[in-house]
Design a protein around this ligand. Structure first.
Ligand code: FES
Length: 104
């Protein structure tokens, strides 16, 4: 099942940056890559419950602000300890200047 929801305006996110998006009782992180593509993952680090949007984006990597665990935000793959459980990712699309994500 697809459930597309509007997360933000495309220009709300700088290139190579991330913002937090909350929807009902869920939280997400929306990324804009250096080559101007958009991605979405669960908003909380899989190591502890910390908002990844407070972390640092470097190329395709999000670095958690708490213990510097790293994930590839395109695939959700955990790339650096202590993060070892992958993040869930969500499809995105751009429409009329807005970023939509499919939260399933
Ligand atoms: S809370 Fe993210 S690496 Fe520990």
């Amino acid at each position: 099942m697809s459930t597309w929801i509007e997360a933000c305006r495309a220009d709300d996110i700088e290139e190579e940056d991330v913002i937090r998006f909350d929807h009902e009782d869920r939280t997400f992180a929306i990324y804009r890559s250096p080559d101007d593509e958009y991605f979405a993952t669960d908003g909380l680090c899989t190591h502890e419950q910390v908002h990844l949007a407070d972390g640092l984006v470097m190329d395709e990597i999000i670095e958690c602000p708490k213990h510097n665990g790293r994930f590839d935000y395109r695939t959700g793959e955990a790339k650096g300890v202590p993060a070892c459980v992958n993040l869930k990712t969500y499809p995105t699309r751009q429409e009329n200047g807005f970023i939509l994500i499919d939260i399933g």
